[in-house]
Design a protein around this ligand. Structure first.
Ligand code: ZN
Ligand code: ZN
Length: 348
C-alpha cells in the first residue's frame, strides 16, 4: 500500500509498505481523507512538540476518515462498509485516569501519528474498533476528517463552563479557533470577538458570526491586541478567553483579555516546552487557566453538530491535495499560503 512517510524535518515521501496485520479488537480502515493539523506541522518542521519527540521513519496524520473494510471480530461486524471518524488517541484503559473517565490524559497513551506510533497518511490503517465512530452518509469523507478538530473545540467550550450571556474572545482563528467560535455562538454567548495575524482568517471569522475582529501584526501582537481589547470592552475584558494559536504569545493575549475572576482556556500548541505567562496580571485578576487536552467523549456530539448543520466546515476546509502532494500540503499549511485555513489529503 502507498504510505506518506516522514523521513526528517521537511521531508515526506510516498513509500510502498505492506498492509497492516490486525491485532485482536482491531478493524482495517481504507483511509479516505486526512486533515493536516497544526500539531502535524510542528512535527513535520521540528520533529517535536515540547518534549514529545518523533524519530523517522514515521507516518503522521491523526484527523481522518475512512471506510471499515475488514472486521475479523463478529462483535464489530456492524461496522463493515461504514464511513467512520476515528479517535486517534488509543488509551490504555487500565490507569487511574482511564478508569475515572479522563482517558484523554492516559499515562500510557498511543497516539496515531505521534511518537512511536504511525498515523493515517496511508491507504490503510488498523485501529481498535471501539475508536471508530460511524458518520451519516450525508457527511463527505473530507468533512468527516474534521470530526476530530470539532471534538477538540467542543471539549474546549465544555471546559470553559459557559454561562448564558457571557462574552468571549478567541485568540487565533485557524480551524480550531473558527470551530470554537462557532460552538460558542451555539452556547448562548452574547458577544464574541476574535484576533488573528492573517486578514483572510479574520474575514472568515466575521462571515461565521464573530462580531468584531482584529488583524494584528505578528511583531506587536501583544500590545496591539491588549489595547484593542480594552477599547472594545470598555476596559473590562472578556468573561472567557480561548488561546487557539500556535504561539506562546497567544496565552499572553488571552490572559490580558480576561476580566478579573474570569477564565481562559488554553487550547493552542506553541510547540515550546515552556510558554510565557503574564503572572502579575493572572494573579491580580485571580484568573482561572484551564488547559485543554484533545477531547473526552466528544466524537458523538461532534458528528451530531456537523450532521445538523450547526457548524459550517466548508469555509474552513479550504484546500484538498492528492497523496502524492503530501509534502506540498504540509509546506503550504506551514506557510499558510494561498489563504489556506485547513487542508485535507484525500486518498480516494
Ligand atoms: Zn489535530
Ligand atoms: Zn490509561
Amino acid at each position: 500500500m502507498k504510505t506518506a512517510v516522514w523521513l526528517g524535518p521537511r521531508k515526506i515521501e510516498i513509500i510502498e509498505r505492506p498492509k497492516p496485520v490486525l491485532k485482536p479488537g482491531e478493524v482495517l480502515i481504507q483511509v479516505e481523507s486526512v486533515g493536516v493539523c497544526g500539531s502535524d506541522i510542528h512535527y513535520y518542521l521540528d520533529g517535536k512538540i515540547g518534549d514529545q519527540i518523533i524519530t523517522p521513519p514515521l507516518v503522521l496524520g491523526h484527523e481522518f476518515s475512512g471506510i471499515v473494510c475488514e472486521v475479523p471480530d463478529k462483535k464489530y461486524e456492524w461496522l463493515l462498509g461504514q464511513r467512520v471518524a476515528v479517535e486517534p488517541g488509543i488509551a490504555c484503559g487500565q490507569c487511574d485516569y482511564c478508569k475515572t473517565g479522563h482517558y484523554n490524559v492516559c499515562t500510557d497513551m498511543r497516539f496515531l501519528g505521534g511518537p512511536g506510533c504511525d498515523g493515517a497518511l496511508s491507504e490503510y490503517i488498523a485501529v481498535p474498533a471501539e475508536y471508530c465512530f460511524p458518520v451519516p452518509s450525508t457527511i463527505s469523507a473530507p468533512i468527516a476528517s474534521m470530526v476530530e478538530p470539532t471534538a477538540v473545540a467542543i471539549h474546549a467550550v465544555e471546559l470553559a463552563g459557559i454561562r448564558p450571556v457571557e462574552t468571549a474572545l478567541v485568540v487565533g482563528l485557524g480551524s480550531i479557533g473558527l470551530l470554537t467560535a462557532q460552538l460558542l455562538l451555539q452556547s448562548g454567548i452574547s458577544f464574541i470577538a476574535g484576533i488573528d495575524i492573517l486578514p483572510f482568517r479574520t474575514a472568515v471569522a466575521e462571515q461565521l458570526g464573530v462580531r468584531q475582529t482584529l488583524t494584528t501584526t505578528a511583531e506587536n501582537c501583544i500590545e496591539e491586541s491588549t489595547s484593542w481589547i480594552r477599547e472594545i470592552t470598555d476596559n473590562r475584558g472578556f468573561d472567557v478567553t480561548f488561546d487557539c494559536t500556535n504561539r506562546s504569545e497567544g496565552i499572553v493575549i488571552a490572559c490580558h483579555g480576561t476580566r478579573p475572576a474570569g477564565r481562559s482556556v488554553l487550547v493552542g500548541i506553541s510547540g515550546e516546552n515552556y510558554d510565557r505567562i503574564p503572572v502579575s496580571i493572572a494573579r491580580r485578576r485571580e484568573l482561572k487557566l484551564q488547559w485543554c487536552r484533545r477531547f473526552r467523549y466528544n466524537f458523538p456530539s461532534a458528528i451530531q453538530f456537523i450532521e445538523l448543520g450547526k457548524i459550517k466546515l466548508e469555509p474552513i476546509l479550504t484546500h484538498h491535495f492528492l497523496p502524492e502532494q503530501t509534502q506540498l500540503a504540509f509546506e503550504m499549511v506551514a506557510h499558510t499560503e494561498d489563504n489556506l485555513i485547513k487542508a485535507s489529503i484525500d486518498w480516494v
